[in-house]
Write a protein that binds this ligand. Structure first.
Ligand code: FB9
Length: 427
């Protein structure tokens, strides 16, 4: 931004004339280099319609540094004559022509002789007070280069996670605290009405922790209601009719899904004096002791969205899934009935992949069961819809990676991380 004093001096000169002024004449009048006036014109143009400036190109002779030297020290010819060798010297080498870009400056529709400070950010205070209406805002310079990081490179997974986080935030979702990889079986399974003999709960699907092997702190009244609904039913459910054991619920494990965090958050919500609708999301690592292949490792990042409100239905779930996946650029969705221990009904979500010319699974979803929600203390009538997908699958597709070991793990080529471009999911 050119110096404000120079801007206002130029404006005062412009104010005195009816038509316009030549930038070179302004430079001469103000006794400054023409390039400073060119900069001042560009600054005034960025302020909006203060001035109008039509760029002109004119060719003209201008003394070079050498020319000034001749003016000060006498004719070149005389000096050159004396120095010209017998074989002579072409004149055009003596003088160089320059193209000077100048401006024909006229008053703009918002002409003023004073510079109004341009705001560079819209603050909450401006919005609240309405003062933004009287302010001028500096236009965004979309041509500006981003600030290059001094060092460090973001892994593609982290770039895609940021994009998903942005999508959830745009949709009004709040991020859940997922900073506990270790979880009790109670929150990972029992609170979700997943029976203690479910196959997912044994060693070959779950990583159990040997030390500390057991968790001991649970909300006792809630734990009793969970035990009751598993063993004898309640809330209209017949339960699973088995001898529910606290020792099973105490076993610590590496969480197998972020739905354990959703359970904790929904229980906390149920403790409020008055229920309030919420929209939560999480994106973090989960661990499963499963067979490995080109697209599956023993851990992955689960993305989960949760909406709790009175009277939510499967239609609301389909609607929020359409909105979510549309922001990913996925518009053709199909829903297939599925089964989850903690949601009824449940749906697998499919999208038509134009490249592969086939429907591919892009996630799973459902309505949390009353046997999960009511023991928490959530009011009758409150329903909770939720869905999940992985971070690795979209990342591999986005970055054209076929084997997950090229994306994560000790064999990853760090140059791939350095070279990975920024990620935009909507295009
Ligand atoms: O992510 C998956 N697929 C996917 C997602 C996005 C995508 O984006 C493209 C660029 C446009 C492409 C593909 N899947 C879920 C489907 C399959 O990949 C599947 O084979 C692997 N699944 C994981 C689990 O496998 C052990 C993906 C992972 C998954 C599955 C289910 C959930 C979360 C992650 C869930 C859930 C849930 C359900 C109800 C309530 C709460 C959570």
């Amino acid at each position: 931004m050119a110096d404000t004093g120079l801007l206002e001096a130029l404006l005062r000169l412009l104010e005195k004339v009816d038509g316009g002024i030549e930038s070179q004449d302004v430079a001469a009048d103000l006794g400054v280099d023409h390039q400073l006036i060119v900069g001042a014109v560009k600054s005034l143009q960025a302020l909006g319609e203060v001035i109008s400036a039509e760029q002109k190109s004119s060719k003209r002779w201008e003394l070079t540094g050498e020319g000034c030297e001749i003016a000060e020290q006498g004719s070149h010819e005389a000096r050159v004559f004396n120095a010209i060798p017998d074989k002579g010297l072409p004149q055009n080498e003596l003088m160089l022509t320059m193209t000077v870009k100048s401006y024909w400056i006229t008053k703009g529709s918002s002409f003023s002789t004073t510079i109004t400070k341009q705001e560079t950010e819209l603050t909450p205070e401006m919005i609240a007070s309405g003062s933004w209406k009287e302010k001028k805002f500096k236009p965004y310079n979309f041509e500006a280069m981003g600030v290059a990081p001094d060092c460090g490179h973001l892994h593609p997974l982290m770039k895609v996670r940021t994009q998903f986080r942005q999508i959830f935030l745009e949709m009004g979702f709040t991020e859940m605290p997922t900073n506990n990889f270790i979880e009790s079986s109670f929150w990972n399974f029992d609170s979700l009405f997943q029976p203690q003999q479910h196959p997912a709960r044994d060693q070959h699907d779950t990583f159990f922790i040997s030390d500390p092997a057991l968790a001991h702190e649970f909300p006792q009244d809630y734990l009793e209601r969970v035990k009751q609904v598993h063993s004898e039913g309640g809330y209209g459910s017949q339960g699973y009719k088995y001898d529910w054991k606290i020792e099973e619920a105490q076993k610590n494990l590496l969480r197998t899904h972020t739905t354990a965090v959703s359970a904790r958050m929904l229980y906390k919500l149920a403790q409020q004096e008055k229920f309030t609708p919420v929209k939560y999301f999480s994106i973090d690592r989960v661990f499963r002791n499963e067979s490995l292949d080109a697209t599956h490792l023993a851990e992955f990042h689960q993305i989960e969205g949760v909406v709790a409100d009175y009277g939510l239905t499967l239609g609301n779930l389909m609607g929020v899934l359409h909105e979510f996946f549309t922001k990913l650029g996925i518009t053709k969705l199909r829903f297939k009935p599925a089964y989850n221990p903690y949601t009824e009904p449940s749906m697998e979500v499919f999208s038509y992949h134009e490249g592969l010319k086939k429907w591919v699974e892009v996630g799973n979803s459902g309505v949390f069961r009353p046997e999960m929600l009511l023991p928490m203390g959530l009011p009758e009538g409150v329903s909770v819809i939720a869905w999940g997908l992985s971070l690795e699958r979209p990342t591999m597709i986005k970055y054209g990676i076929n084997n997950i070991r090229e994306l994560v793990g000790h064999k990853v080529n760090l140059q791939m991380v350095y070279d990975s471009p920024i990620c935009r999911l909507d295009s």
